[in-house]
Design a binder for this molecule. Structure first.
Ligand SMILES: NC(=O)c1ccc[n+]([C@@H]2O[C@H](COP(=O)([O-])OP(=O)(O)OC[C@H]3O[C@@H](n4cnc5c(N)ncnc54)[C@H](OP(=O)(O)O)[C@@H]3O)[C@@H](O)[C@H]2O)c1
Length: 323
């Protein structure tokens, strides 16, 4: 049985803990919140035996094996390094950090200390993506040459996302999903062009073309306007589209394999979401730690670092084009 500690009592912690407590081989032993009241309230709501507003108390808790970090992005790296130094494994919400330098600091610390570390990129563990990635690797689309994905809604984005001091960034909050998707199939780009809109020091809208020797990716994200919430992966034998919301997708349409499939009736693949959808990732992390793993091959340190480097480069490209 693996015992988890929860750092942060916000929206995503509520959803993740609900999925975590449903796992047979994991239990939640402690929670940290910025105020004692919120920590106690969260603990009561989820039957967690220990609550504190002192982070060092949670990190010193002997029963806690692994911590889940769900605070604003600019705090992730320091909290993760502190947790690793206290002997804990870490699962860190996306984005793992607000720069590749900080992401590398976390992964180096974890590797040196022999502790598991992963960015909580739940999309990779979603059963729909597991099936689609397996089948694409087996040749479903032939060689993949392009990825398109966008994530934009004009709904008022949340406080932390729009606060510069909290590492706010629509790219790192939403754009991370299409950028991650491009990395899975095409890797790290050889060049890119990006532009976007900044408001009060925050990138609130952007788009980028990533270039590869073998293809390209066209990606867009926004907190101020609609951009369709789908993603498409295209190869030499056809394409597949993940229906909205692609990062939490439950249905794909595969236009490949025959003229009928391509032009008329695509194959429909469905994996309805179970509970809040974080269970598969949490089960995979619990299993990897139980087996002594230091990273998960589906979202390795190298892959997460490369994605963070691309996010840094996209942001720099957007800033350079913002005249
Ligand atoms: N994987 C996903 O599907 C998903 C979805 C949403 C968010 N996320 C990620 O999860 C993280 C948290 O998002 P959220 O939506 O849960 O945010 P949230 O609801 O705003 O909660 C953030 C938590 O961090 C605490 N906090 C705020 N400022 C802090 C600081 N300076 N130092 C330490 N703790 C601080 C908050 O405490 P108070 O309550 O006292 O303010 C709260 O407990 C972000 O990195 C986000 O990108 C992931």
């Amino acid at each position: 049985m693996l015992t988890w500690g929860i750092i942060g009592t916000g929206d995503i912690s509520e959803k993740v803990v609900a999925d975590l407590t449903a796992l047979p081989d994991a239990t939640v032993g402690a929670v940290w919140g910025r105020s004692t009241d919120r920590a106690n309230h969260f603990a009561r709501g989820h039957g967690i035996p220990f609550a504190t507003a002192a982070l060092d108390q949670l990190l010193a808790h002997a029963d806690v094996d692994v911590v889940y970090i769900a605070t604003p992005a600019h705090t992730h790296a320091d909290i993760a390094v502190g947790a690793i130094r206290a002997g804990k494994h870490v699962l860190i919400e996306k984005p793992i950090a607000t720069s590749a330098v900080d992401a590398e600091r976390v992964y180096t610390e974890a590797a040196t200390a022999g502790r598991f570390a992963m960015e909580a990129m739940w999309m990779r563990f979603n059963p729909l993506y597991v099936e689609m990635i397996d089948r694409i690797c087996d040749g479903l689309l032939g060689s993949v040459h392009s990825v398109r994905g966008s994530f934009g809604t004009p709904f008022q984005a949340r406080g932390r996302v729009l606060t510069p001091a909290q590492g706010g960034s629509i790219l790192r909050d939403r754009g991370i999903y299409p950028v991650t998707l491009a990395h899975w199939f095409l890797g790290e780009p050889t060049a890119l062009a990006a532009s976007g809109v900044f408001e009060d020091g925050i990138d609130v809208d952007g788009h980028a073309t990533l270039e590869y020797e073998t293809g390209f990716a066209q990606l867009a994200w926004s907190g101020i306007r609609f951009l369709d919430l789908t993603a498409t992966i295209t190869g030499e034998r056809g394409w597949l589209t993940i229906d909205p919301m692609f990062w939490a997708g439950s249905r794909a349409r595969v236009h490949a394999g025959s003229v009928e499939r391509i032009f008329g009736a695509p194959e429909v693949v469905e994996h309805p979401r179970q509970a809040n959808g974080y269970g598969p990732m949490l089960a995979a992390v619990t299993d990897a730690i139980g087996r002594g793993g230091l990273e998960h091959p589906w979202h390795s340190h190298a892959n997460s670092l490369a994605i963070t480097r691309t996010l840094d480069a996209v942001l720099a490209g957007m800033a350079a084009s913002d005249v």
